[in-house]
Design a protein around this ligand. Structure first.
Ligand SMILES: Nc1ncnc2c1ncn2[C@@H]1O[C@H](COP(=O)(O)OP(=O)(O)O)[C@@H](O)[C@H]1O
Ligand SMILES: [Mg+2]
Length: 271
């Protein structure tokens, strides 16, 4: 991949409440703060990412119009308020209508990648947030992705979601509808009591680790600070510098991303 082309990353997990939107949000905020032009794509009709970033659109183009080829991608990119280098292709409930269009496309898995082509040189990273089920929006997002991260709650439901998501990626790879790489599984909302993970969290993590192997990332711990940061459109470290260690899982994820987005590397390594 030439260096002047954006890397397309996807936050994917086939259940709700697994940390997909948090992952896209954290990576978007952190990478754009490094001075790297970053485009977030809200691929979920529930539009949580659009709301969190405070992007308001009414009767203006969204991801639906991009996918269905009613407008060009440039017309559906909005700056994120109060953030430099961060942009969003928003969504709303109407995005469910993209399903029909994609289902009847000759090659659903190529549609989003093709739509993004005109702006591939304008961004270092394009990060897609996805809906919580196997559908055509997810299939076209998987087809576009160079790298995938699977967030999964550190409880039994998360393990189930991880297994299903992994199986979908393998199915897509087998059908030549995915040629990217899984760069990490991110355990989400791991519960800590005192200094230790709860029994349920640590046994789920052990199962995830034995299922997936070396790609497992440090856990995002259950914390009200995250919820507060999301409410204010901030990073935990922006609310309180002492909370920077909460972001460690995303710093490790950034390090893994730096293999694909070289600008991250040159920025995070101290001079
Ligand atoms: N570290 C955290 N601890 C507790 N709750 C969190 C944390 N991070 C995010 N949340 C909350 O968890 C919920 C699910 O996260 P979200 O990223 O929206 O999952 P998904 O996109 O997979 O549905 C959201 O309501 C969010 O505010
Ligand atoms: Mg979400």
């Amino acid at each position: 991949m030439p260096n002047n082309q954006a890397t397309i990353a996807l936050s994917l997990s086939l259940s709700g409440g697994q940390g997909k939107t948090l992952t896209a949000y954290m990576i978007g905020l952190k990478v754009s703060k490094l001075g790297i032009p970053t485009l977030l794509i809200d691929g979920d009709p529930q539009r949580n990412l659009t709301d969190l970033l405070g992007v308001e659109v009414e009767n203006q183009p969204t991801l639906l119009e991009v996918i269905t080829n009613k407008c060009s991608i440039e017309d559906a990119i909005y700056p994120v308020p109060d953030r430099e280098n961060l942009f969003l292709v928003p969504s709303d409930r109407a995005l469910v209508n993209a399903q029909h269009y994609l289902a009847s496309s000759a090659n659903c898995s190529r549609v989003l990648k093709k739509r993004l082509e005109p702006v591939m040189q304008d961004f270092g990273l394009i990060m897609i947030d996805s809906p919580p089920q196997k559908n055509h929006i997810n299939l076209t997002a998987i087809g576009a992705a160079d790298v995938v991260v699977i967030p999964a709650e550190a409880v039994a439901k998360g393990l189930g979601s991880l297994t299903e998501t992994w199986a979908l990626l393998e199915e897509c790879r087998d059908g030549d509808a995915f040629d990217g790489e899984l760069i990490g599984v991110l355990p989400f909302r791991a519960r800590v009591v005192g200094l230790h993970l709860t029994g349920e969290a640590s046994s789920t993590l052990a199962k995830m680790e034995s299922f997936i192997g070396a790609t497992i990332l440090p856990s995002v711990v259950e914390s009200v600070i995250y919820q507060k940061a999301l409410n204010y459109g901030q990073l935990p470290s922006e609310l309180d510098a002492d909370k920077a260690e909460l972001e460690a899982p995303f710093d490790v994820l950034l390090e893994r991303l730096s293999k694909y987005v070289p600008a991250i590397h040159s920025e995070v390594v101290p001079v």
